[in-house]
Design a protein around this ligand. Sequence first.
Ligand SMILES: [Mg+2]
Length: 230
Amino acid sequence: MVEEINNIEKIYEVKNWVFDLDDTLYPPNKTLNNEMGERISNYIMKVAHVDKERADFMKKDFYQRYGATVWGLMNEYEVDPVDFTEDIHKLDLSVLKKDPELRKAIELLPGKKYVFTNGAYQHATGVIKQVGLEGLFEGIFSIREAEYIPKPAQETFMKMFDYFDLIGEECLMFDDNQKNILGAKKAGMKTVWISSNVDNNKYCMSEEADFCDFQAFNCTEFINKIKHVL
Ligand SMILES: [Mg+2]
């Protein structure tokens, strides 16, 4: 028995499937999140000449006000985004597990699949390999392709559509960040909010109740719920 899902007719229009990377294509991972958090704080301490406590505050503050720490650092400290992005993504990805169930689910989706992340390109290729999703995606649109303007900026969604030659209305976006999901919706995409990250990230909540079309705990769960209409 298939669990009913509201608005399922919206799926009929989807030709392209666009996935966020971190905390969307793998479950939130405390070790990895802590490691990245530490690297960001260390970087802020270095460029802003502040102590750890202040750096931790600035990290959250930038994320909240600019949507990504990199954008805050560029605006307020003239940080080179390439240097910052490469530095903070020097992560040990061996903590991530292969996910054959997710691979099987993504393989069920007809049409093309893409990754659209505010993270670094090399980080995306590393994660995809580590989780066991190589060969599934047509392309990766990272913070580099976005010219360091992160989601949910509308111009970045438009840039991504141009880059892959996509039409927003024909795409479905999976993302754990509610503000990104709202941005995707405004850009015309269908949207699935991946809710497994809710305890981990309190800075990405949308103020609009109607910010998404669908909600699921993870991508595998959602795809399995819609597979009878694919
Ligand atoms: Mg994410």
